[in-house]
Design a protein around this ligand. Structure first.
Ligand SMILES: [Zn+2]
Length: 376
């Protein structure tokens, strides 16, 4: 099927792209969608492509200023939301959105509200949202994103048209990354491993010396872990956490500029509190992303030990560290490697339940250390 360029952003999701682009061209877009699929399968990209297809004069050319602003995240009629509470969407946040939904679009014919982590509505905030979700104004489209359909509150899920995204095969992701970045296959592999196989994040990784350093520090620590005493492990956890926070500084500088600009634009009387609140949320999210990255690197390194111990060196992701991985693989049993990997999964879960990242990472390092010291 003929599709406009903007849908090319969506990798390995032909059916989804056909379905949504057809809805956009034939004027049959639903008022609420639930996009489900693993991290990195392109749910947010698809939501943006849909906005381009609807707002752009050429149905999503991908190059005009409208398309450009949507893809950059700066179009005033595309709202991307994250949970404002520590772990959930709060009622107050939902009420703000409900009010905003009733206003006319600023520039485009429609407004699109994209909710990330739609599984993070609690009973109260879901309840507050139901009526709007069921019958938004004609010019409003709501897109909810989630990794797991089953994790979404049923009263929310049942009011949306469900669109399922498939995992992007690693070989496809690698090919795209090499093509777009010009990186070598080995560098691309390392970047994907540090980015949970999300292509956009891997592209960013390749251009970010700070993120590369975080990865190197994490791997160095893992290599020394079995020889460290308790005090060293605690220090190590602290180092990893401060590495994870490093990219936040760059974001703070961008935010400060944005705030000055907004104040000039609105004059002194208008409140910049909504923007400042948004900034706070973005900082927390960026910090969480940094911690996630430390976990992704740890996970990929342990998985490398596992595949190497199973004599499949061609599957190793951290190719630049193959020698150290081989040494560990020579003594570790697959069962022990799986135990270490489970420690990472546990840590991800703890952090998502709001355990302090410091405590969670400390516990993870002690668990992995125990496995590395007794790798049978
Ligand atoms: Zn365009």
């Amino acid at each position: 099927m003929e599709r406009n360029c903007v849908w090319d952003d969506l990798i390995a999701q032909t059916r989804v792209a056909d379905f949504l682009s057809q809805a956009a061209t034939t004027g049959t877009v639903a008022h609420a969608y639930l996009f489900t699929g693993p991290t990195g399968s392109g749910k947010k990209t698809a939501a943006r492509a849909l906005a381009c297809a609807l707002f752009c004069d050429d149905d999503g050319c991908g190059v005009c200023s409208t398309c450009h602003r949507i893809r950059n995240g700066t179009h005033p009629d595309v709202h991307v939301l994250k949970p404002a509470g520590a772990a959930t969407y709060m009622v107050e946040q939902v009420r703000e959105v409900i009010h905003d939904v009733s206003l006319k679009p600023v520039q485009a014919s429609h407004k699109i509200y994209v909710f990330e982590e739609a599984d993070r509505f609690n009973a109260e905030s879901a309840n507050a949202f139901l009526k709007t979700l069921e019958e938004p104004p004609d010019d409003v489209i709501i897109v909810l994103l989630t990794r797991s359909f089953d994790a979404v509150i049923p009263t929310i899920a049942s009011r949306c048209q469900v669109v399922r995204f498939r995992p992007v095969p690693e070989s496809v992701a690698l090919g795209v990354l090499v093509e777009r970045s010009g990186a070598t296959l080995d560098d691309a592999r390392v970047a994907l491993a540090a980015s949970d196989c999300v292509i956009s994040r891997a592209l960013d990784f390749l251009q970010s010396p700070v993120r590369r350093r975080t990865r190197d520090v994490t791997i160095e620590l893992l290599k020394r872990l079995s020889l460290m005493d308790g005090h060293d492990v605690l220090l190590g956890a602290r180092t990893l956490l401060s590495e994870a926070k490093a990219p936040v500084q760059a974001l703070k500088a961008i935010q400060a500029e944005e705030l000055i600009e907004r104040k000039e634009l609105l004059g002194k009387k208008s409140s910049t509190k909504p923007l400042e609140d948004q900034h706070k949320r973005d900082l927390t999210a960026r910090e969480r992303e940094g911690v996630t990255e430390v976990l992704s690197v740890t996970e990929s390194w342990l998985r490398d030990c596992l595949v190497m111990s199973g004599h499949a060196p061609e599957l190793v992701a951290n190719v630049d560290d193959a020698d150290a991985i081989e040494e560990i693989a020579a003594v570790i049993t697959p069962r022990a490697a799986v135990r270490a990997l489970e420690a990472v999964t546990r840590t991800r879960r703890r952090i998502s339940y709001n355990v302090s990242p410091q405590l969670a990472v400390e516990a993870m390092l002690f668990d992995i250390q125990e496995v590395l010291r007794c790798p049978r």
